[in-house]
Design a protein around this ligand. Structure first.
Ligand code: ADP
Length: 405
């Protein structure tokens, strides 16, 4: 009886008739089991085996119908092709993607010629003549014991058209940015040249005239001219930085040497306001590979601001070096910066006090330029400030310059 356990079993519920009276078992049936003659435990095992098989069979059927629901419901097309590229199966999505009825496709050659590489993007013409773009993947599988291919098809026409629109918008934005750069470069030249002669002649008048009133007028022309010149220069600098037209020319540079150059340039300004200016440097080496003229401009902007926004006390530039970075702190004892203003501090055209009542002159471009210059040399810039006590700007430059320009 144990060999029976591996075979399919038919349960006959007809208890009245005697199976042996029916003669030899019909074709395909190995034997009958007779509860009256066979031992009860064999019958019991057989019945439990049959019911287990039934449960497994039901689970398999359920799993199959779930899988079918998934494959039939997804928006990607799924096709099975035989070795001669005839369609053995196609899900409903294929119908809409390939714009052909399923019944016309099954058994017929695939309307889509498969690319050699997988995945690939191909263009496909719908029956309406409209061009679509399809991403096709195919893998070999066994289907009903035959070699076949499982092909998945995604319609990426909408995605491609979005990408295309974005690419065109980016090209247009780049073209306009290029126009803006050359317009500003030309305009700056056109503005600077006449301005230089206005300032130059006003200077001559200032030096040559005896009349007090005329000296005042000429002095105002020189001051305003210089301010305008500074603003124009800043706008041009920012435009060139935004257009990535500023490149670092690097070499080993001692940070303290550049700090001394920058403070020397500005010490007269500090002493005119009665401010002290100190430099504290470490005993050891503070060499980094960087662009010294960009670094000098950054330091000059930060030290210049420190002097501009400080009325008493002074400015301390402290250099600290460790194995990885050199940090330069530019600390002042000035008016400080309100914490609400800090997040936009490095944005262009922003100033803490604005409008006609603002306390200091300036275009609000200095720190925007400074931050972009820091990006060019791979430096990090941070600020810490307490209103009424002062501000500290910290410039961090990595010693091992992994960035390159
Ligand atoms: P500006 O040309 O107006 O000085 P910046 O971009 O250099 O432009 O500075 C923007 C604003 O940031 C300044 O107007 C000022 O309000 C504030 N600021 C910059 N540096 C300091 C500082 N050291 N102390 C206090 N405020 C500062």
């Amino acid at each position: 009886p144990s060999t029976l356990l591996g075979l399919p079993v038919v349960l006959a519920l007809d208890t009245d008739s005697d199976p042996s009276a029916a003669g030899p078992p019909p074709d395909g049936i190995a034997d009958y089991l007779d509860p009256d003659q066979d031992p009860p435990h064999v019958v019991e095992r057989l019945l439990s085996f049959a019911s287990q098989r039934h449960a497994v069979f039901r689970t398999l059927l359920e799993a199959e119908s779930q899988l079918r629901a998934i494959v039939e419901g997804i928006s990607d097309g799924v096709m099975i092709l035989d070795e001669r590229d005839r369609v053995l199966y196609a899900n409903p999505a294929v119908e809409s993607i390939l714009d052909r009825p399923l019944y016309a496709m099954i058994g017929a050659p695939s309307p889509l010629s498969l690319p050699e590489d997988s995945p690939s993007v191909v263009s496909f013409e719908r029956t309406s003549g409209e061009e679509t773009f399809l991403r096709i993947s195919s893998i070999p599988i066994l289907w009903e014991r035959r070699n076949a291919r499982l092909v998945t098809i995604q319609d990426i026409t909408a995605e491609r058209s979005i990408q295309e629109t974005l690419r065109r918008a980016r090209d247009e934005a780049e073209r306009i940015a290029g126009l803006k750069t050359s317009f500003l470069a030309n305009m700056s030249h056109e503005l600077r040249m006449p301005l230089a002669s206005i300032i130059g002649y006003a200077q001559i008048i200032l030096e040559g005239t005896e009349t007090e009133e005329h000296r005042d007028f000429a002095g105002s022309i020189v001051d305003s001219g210089n301010r305008l010149l500074e603003t124009i220069t800043s706008i041009l600098d920012l435009t060139r930085l935004d257009a990535h037209a500023v490149h670092a020319e690097t070499r080993p540079v001692s940070i303290s040497a550049v700090v001394f150059e920058a403070t020397a340039m500005l010490s007269a300004l500090a002493s005119r306001k009665g401010l002290r200016m100190d430099v504290e440097k470490p005993g050891g080496d503070d060499t980094v590979v960087t662009d010294p003229s960009i670094l000098r401009r950054i330091l000059a902007n930060l030290i210049g601001n420190a002097i501009k926004f400080t009325e008493k006390g002074g400015v301390t530039v402290r250099i600290e070096a460790d194995d990885e970075v050199v940090r330069t702190h530019i600390a002042d004892t000035g008016k400080g910066i309100d914490e609400n203003f800090l997040p936009t501090l490095f944005d262009e055209f922003t100033q803490e006090s604005s409008g006609f009542g603002r306390s200091h002159e300036g275009s609000g471009l200095g720190l925007a330029i400074t931050r972009r210059l820091c990006d060019v040399i791979g430096a990090d810039i941070r600020v810490d400030s307490t209103p009424g006590e002062g501000s500290t700007f910290t410039l961090t430059i990595p010693i091992d310059q992994a960035w390159s320009d």
